[in-house]
Design a protein. Sequence first.
Length: 173
Amino acid sequence: MATSGGVLVGIARHARPKGPMELLETVEVTVDGGLDGDCRGRVKPNGRGRRQVTLMERGDWQAAMTELGQAIPWQERRANLLLDGIDIPQVPGTRIRIGTVELEITVECDPCFRMEAVAPGLEAALTPDWRGGACTRVKAGGRIALGDAVTIVEPDDDLFSVIRSRPGIQSRT
């Protein structure tokens, strides 16, 4: 069972560390490279790919902006994807589906001191309750576009349904 209701409202990438963010309407996402053209998506040799794609909630960005009395574009957070209408789970291992792409939450995307260069107090405004977003690893690639549906994939949707479908495994329900 999937929890739905969200929508992808922003896509951004940066070609090099500290480089400018480029806003996109659509992008290819791969298991090995994250967002096509984004410098953070490639899994390094012997790496775990814990920060391939970063997600942020529109409501969290708006709350931070209200707290600061600012109106700064969301991509200044340097997150890859902006989601609306869905609460990003604060549980590593949870999967999120955007179109055909599936991402696994790995860790909180902690705001860093570089946010202070964007606006004084921004780092602190993004700190509570995962406001800075979540880091994810790509589990299934594909093409995503603005307006794509965003769903939280419940464990029953993937792992447990595979286990139950194996011969000799019976459900306890």
